[in-house]
Design a protein around this ligand. Structure first.
Ligand code: AMP
Length: 118
């Protein structure tokens, strides 16, 4: 059996987290190393390694990432001012954890996209 990802361990409660949301398809918790005043990770409960691995069967979970992002943004009071949603893919995308997740980042005005070398 493949080794559990760190996010699967968080979802299962093996590793502690500031869990903010959990349902049958996705979970959300605070990023351990926040890059902005608000930095939440919304992850699929199914350990899909990256966007390169999604199938049509995953569309409900992938859509849920957005509805939960909007819900959390409202709860945090950052919906009106705006925020950024990021999904990193692979090495060049800066993905560190091979388990699909969406970063919800807000609470301040965002800068540029941060291309390496730019
Ligand atoms: P990515 O680079 O898109 O794969 O993002 C991985 C994110 O997971 C980074 O922002 C890390 O700070 C975050 N992270 C890693 N370990 C944990 C953890 N145990 N709890 C919460 N966030 C974590």
């Amino acid at each position: 059996m493949a080794e559990e990802t760190i996010f699967t361990k968080i979802i299962n409660g093996t590793i502690p987290s500031k869990l903010m949301y959990h349902d049958d398809l996705v979970s959300a918790f605070a990023d351990i190393s926040p890059k902005a005043p608000q930095h939440i990770l919304i992850v699929t409960n199914k350990p899909i390694p990256s966007v390169n691995d999604v199938t049509r069967e995953d569309e409900a979970a992938l859509g849920r990432l957005f509805t939960v992002a909007a819900k959390i943004a409202h709860e945090l009071g950052i919906a009106e001012d705006g925020y950024r949603l990021i999904v990193n893919v692979g090495r060049n995308g800066g993905q560190e954890v091979p388990h699909i997740h969406m970063h919800l980042i807000g609470g301040q005005k965002m800068g540029g996209f941060g291309f390496a070398g730019a």
